[in-house]
Design a protein around this ligand. Structure first.
Ligand code: NAP
Length: 513
């Protein structure tokens, strides 16, 4: 029986049960399927959570047999499976994988796909639910969705459901996101549309709600009265390896990471408690945060609150790195930022006057994503403060990746006669506390999509409101008469000096990671 006093209890504790279905992956010979999707399904199978009569059909244009496709995926699974690779399990799991050759734009390919899915249904003796996973470039979404509609594959058969999962990037601005949304929603209802943001599938991101709403220690203090400021950092120690420069140079740090992943983290940290944990209650509260962001309009406001930068040559971990503009497939005169730092305000009762600082950068000294909550200092500290280090406020650090966990920095008395204080750390690590690695984000998200739980997927209004905010910044950078400057930082440093100044003006510093 759920505890009616606590609406969070049942949904948080129970596992969603994935329903029997056939998954069709469009773009199934690509990197995402090989590295993430098939290993996720394999690990779901290893945990015994794959629904009965499950099938996955890979859709791509190169000619190959089921056997060749399975062999290619096996090699990927050996490398990428969270729980390792077991030959016996793979032998049985791989029998549910099939390949379907077709161009995305070829109507005949969808007629044949329908025949193949119908044949599976006949073998099962019952129609199956269908999950269509768009693991293709976003330009391919439109033809794929139109063909699904034309063949009626978007309609569930015999009372079964049909759903679509869309990969990122979901648009490159508000206009393209709206265009994509119209195409998607012309084929699938919003409640059958699952826009992936893999950050939401991470255990630590989900834990933010538990931390905030299930701990009396934090919830009463989670507001402008007690919190001085909040930082969200996503640091990457890589550049444009693996041919990534071509895509990245058309996107940049703000579009690639902030509009989606970091705004999702911001929403979870800043949202009001939802009335329950249904997908819409949670997403209603998250979207209110994005809507309440104080707009940054025009080059002056953007220049004051947003710093963009590119890295110059330097070294990370002792390895020399070229500058951003010298990277493979990057325009030597590129105006795309590889680093961005933002100073934001959320105009709600709870967050009045509390700055939220977000930074994301490539070629920084280490790979880490974390949120740090910096509490206000007590009004008066009646102890010796001469040995107090700077930034000695209580800080709660939520490590999203790697080394998932949380740490709290508090002041303690140093042993000895004098009443001297020192900052100490209380640390919680998922790996040591729970004794096992957390499931991969894609495992959780695929299970949820198969179970019909859209809580951890972005809703249409979340995506569009985030783009609306981001578009103003992009506009000031690329279309105004006096755009704010592009700053520089050496690869291997923590970003441009101007980003330090952004916090310095408020008397703050970026947390040392
Ligand atoms: N890779 C990642 O880690 C990652 C992470 C997050 C999001 N994503 C997103 O996921 C999507 C897929 O990424 P990816 O890295 O897997 O891409 P990818 O490696 O470039 O693979 C593209 C896939 O699309 C197929 N394809 C392309 N044009 C086609 C056409 N006209 N008809 C039929 N099939 C066609 C290719 O088939 P052939 O091999 O037969 O040509 C291949 O299977 C992208 O939107 C990307 O932004 C990827």
């Amino acid at each position: 029986m759920p505890d009616l006093e606590n609406p969070f209890q049942e949904t948080l504790l129970s596992r969603h049960r994935a329903e029997p279905c056939t998954v069709v992956i469009f773009g199934a010979t690509g990197d995402l399927t090989n590295r993430k999707l098939i290993p996720a399904f394999y690990n779901i199978a290893a945990c015994g959570d794959l629904p009965p009569q499950f099938k996955v059909v890979g859709f791509a244009r190169r000619e190959k047999t089921d056997e060749v496709f399975r062999t290619e995926l096996e090699a990927g699974n050996r490398k990428n499976s969270r729980q390792g690779h077991n030959d016996e399990l793979w032998a049985s799991f791989s029998q549910c994988i099939h390949y379907h050759r077709s161009e995305f734009e070829d109507p005949a390919g969808y007629v044949n796909l329908k025949l193949q899915l119908d044949k599976f249904d006949q073998e099962r003796g019952t129609p199956a639910n269908r999950l269509f996973y768009l693991a293709s470039a976003p330009e391919a979404f439109k033809p794929i969705l139109e063909m699904l509609r034309a063949t009626g594959l978007n309609e569930g058969v015999g009372g079964k459901w049909a759903r679509v999962v869309c990969e990122k990037p979901f648009g490159k601005d508000l206009a393209t996101a709206r265009g994509l949304n119209s195409v998607v929603n012309a084929t699938f209802k919003e409640e059958d549309t699952y826009r992936i943001d893999h950050y939401l599938g991470k255990e630590t991101a989900q834990n933010i709600m538990v931390l905030r709403f299930a701990n009396a220690l934090f919830e009463p203090n989670w507001n402008s009265r007690y919190i001085d400021h909040i930082q969200i950092t996503c640091a990457e120690n890589l550049g444009m390896e693996g041919g990534r420069g071509g895509y990245y140079d058309t996107a940049g740090a703000l579009r690639d990471m902030v509009q989606n992943h970091l705004f999702q983290l911001l929403s979870l940290v800043a949202m009001e408690p939802p009335t329950d944990l249904s997908a819409d209650s949670v997403r209603d509260e998250k979207v209110k945060v994005i809507r309440a962001l104080r707009p940054l309009i025009g080059p002056e406001a953007v220049g004051k609150n947003v710093i963009r930068a590119q890295y110059t040559a330097g070294s990370v971990d002792g390895v020399s790195r070229v500058g951003y503009r010298q990277e493979d497939r990057v325009n030597p005169e590129s105006k795309t930022e590889a680093y961005v730092a933002l100073r934001l305000f959320i105009d709600t009762w709870r967050w009045q006057g509390v700055p939220f600082y977000i930074r994301m950068g490539k070629q920084l000294p280490k790979k880490a994503t974390e949120i740090s909550i910096h509490f206000k200092k007590p009004p008066q500290v009646p102890f010796a403060t001469k040995n107090l280090i700077k930034n000695s406020e209580n800080t709660l650090v939520i490590r999203i990746q790697p080394d998932e966990g949380m740490a709290m920095r508090i002041l303690c008395k140093q042993p000895g006669q004098a009443m001297n204080m020192q900052q100490v750390k209380m640390d919680f690590r998922y790996s040591s506390s729970f004794g096992k690695a957390s499931p991969e984000a894609y495992e959780r998200l695929l299970l949820d999509a198969m179970a019909g739980d859209a809580t951890l997927f972005a809703r249409r209004d979340e995506v569009e409101n985030a783009w609306k905010f981001i578009d103003e910044i992009e506009h000031a950078w690329h279309q105004s008469d006096n755009p704010p400057p592009m700053c520089e930082y050496p690869a291997g440093s923590w970003g441009p000096k101007e980003a330090d100044d952004l916090l310095g003006l408020d008397g703050h510093e970026w947390r040392l990671l």
